[in-house]
Design a protein around this ligand. Structure first.
Ligand SMILES: C[S@@+](CC[C@H](N)C(=O)[O-])C[C@H]1O[C@@H](n2cnc3c(N)ncnc32)[C@H](O)[C@@H]1O
Length: 237
């Protein structure tokens, strides 16, 4: 159960290859042309492709994810690296994007610091990730049962605090994303025991949290849940 083993699942995942978040990016950036963009934790590259750039770089910790990103889009340079230490010269990129991955990083603030360094002045950092507030502890716990590489989804306030020294926030939009439970829970090829633990963790939630997550259940089977994501556009200070 690892990103390398499940790389193809991320390529075909309905949660990743489409989404309102990508539509928002098309609307915001469709008319802009960049010299050089970097997508951090790019997985199969669904977010990287949204931007118009002369040069694309995709990076990820997982070699197989990068292989998937390049399999039908051999345009970008691919770099295997950790998001917290970007191996690029200072002021290299016009735009850095990072979609549905911040919650894996052990040092999120280190990632923001490094992104700021690698961006040109006034460059864009495009951040998309889950946000938590009242269901915080619950969702982080369940995500960790499903995927032990889940570190933490943040509150908006925490993101503001972590980025304030390096970026100003230009734009923020909250959206609600419905996850097909079967696809979501099986994406990392879990054992039967782990799958059962994920279901039980959802079913044991207090009623107000089930309501908050719009949990759909039929005959003790979870059909879907809905979480909050944010599209946040930051500009380098
Ligand atoms: C949910 S996927 C990202 C989806 C992708 N950005 C998209 O738009 O389809 C999470 C990715 O983060 C990568 N990852 C996890 N921790 C990382 C880290 N510390 N540095 C770089 N990549 C990391 C994983 O290998 C995986 O490919």
């Amino acid at each position: 159960m690892s990103f390398d083993e499940s790389a193809f699942n991320y390529k075909i995942s309905s949660d990743h290859k489409t989404g309102t978040d990508l539509d928002i990016l098309k609307r915001l950036f469709g008319n802009k042309k960049f010299d050089k963009t970097l997508d951090v934790a790019a997985a199969a590259g669904h977010c990287a492709k949204i931007f118009n750039a002369k040069q694309y770089v995709v990076s990820d910790l997982s070699f197989n994810m990068l292989k998937e990103a390049l399999s039908d889009w051999p345009v970008p340079s691919a770099v295997k690296n950790c998001a917290e230490t970007l191996p690029f010269k200072t002021q290299t990129f016009d735009l850095i994007s990072c979609r549905i991955a911040l919650h894996h990083f052990r040092d999120a603030e280190g990632f923001f610091k490094e992104s700021s360094r690698a961006l040109k002045n006034n460059g864009f950092l495009v951040l998309i990730d889950s946000l938590v507030d009242i269901e915080d502890a619950y969702l982080n716990t369940i995500e960790f049962i499903r995927d032990p590489s889940h570190f933490r989804s943040y509150t908006f306030k925490e993101i503001v605090n972590m980025t304030a020294d390096y970026f100003r926030i230009d734009f923020m939009q909250l959206l609600y994303k419905k996850h097909n439970f079967d696809e979501w829970s099986k994406r990392l090829n879990p054992s039967r025991e782990r799958l059962e633990k994920i279901s039980q963790a959802f079913l044991a939630l207090p009623e107000n949290i089930k309501h908050e997550l719009s949990l759909e259940i039929a005959d003790e089977n979870i059909l879907s849940y809905t979480d909050k994501k944010a599209v946040i556009i930051l500009r380098k200070l």
